[in-house]
Design a protein around this ligand. Sequence first.
Ligand code: DP6
Length: 329
Amino acid sequence: MKTSKATAVAPSNIAFIKYWGKKDEVLRIPENGSVAMTLDKLTTTTTVEFGNDYQDDEVLIDGEVVVGKERERVVEHLDRVRSMAGINERARVVSKNSFPKSKGLSSSASGFAALTVAASNAAGLRLSERELSMLARLGSGSACRSIPSGFVEWVAGNSHETSYAKTIYPADHWDLVDVVVVTDSEKKHVSTTEGQKLAAGSPFYGVRLQGIEEKLILMKQYIKDKDFTAFGELCEREALEMHAVMLTSSPPLLYWQPATVRVMQAVQQWRREGLESYFTLNTGQDVHVLCERGIKKELEKKLRFLNGVQGIQVCQSSAGACLIGEHLF
Ligand code: DP6
């Protein structure tokens, strides 16, 4: 069996209609579909090499040896690839993020997408985009949306084969900008995987699901039409509805920091004053401020002045996960 080394780079993605709650924990089949955009400035690069010389799987992320649960999750993913390829060799995995991991910036999405593409190629597998998306989903649900390019939809499905993400519009369809605002450098306390298990306990979970099909249809239509106002209003409503479920789970999940709320309120205030942008947020303390290209500079400047803002990344949609020739070791 010939094995080799491969390196992949994958973007993170920001969901406009969110994934929060699973029908199947093991297969990570979501309760509902989601719509997102890949992010060009938030990427993970990963090199994987399988070989007989390795006694055990070695995992390094951002220069640190990874242990415990985080390592286990990577090893489980390598096991999936090994079993698909029919190999037994252990691997060395070296990964580098363009942003701090384990915060609200969905590093698991770009991380598992890059790992999927690098590991499957290093193991000699040649998978289609759909198969890569399915495989990435088993590592972390949102990672399936970081395989295809541009504006993407994760079709919820009801089995391993039917749950995957695909491009609905290419990256250059719309020059939408996501100004990612980092408001706190602490790691989040409850992981998304743990948090999602609590979702069904919220009295609003069912209410949210009742309206989700309509929201998916509307979101795709607004992106198609590049109707920024309708798109932005729906993004904010969706993010707040997801957080309503989080806040009313048991125990409640309150992911916001004072600066998170400050950014959200500033965005709404500036909008009243004529600067049109909208926020969306995931589980972390970071806020994604969505705008059209014309106002990104002004918006970025105003955001930098807010108390508690620690960093800003101005992102647009990008290509999906792909192989690159330059290895990390
Ligand atoms: C709030 O993909 O991190 O960012 O499948 O358990 O790894 P696991 O969950 P994950 O959840 C992401 C949740 C979210 C919303 C979203 O990105 O759709």
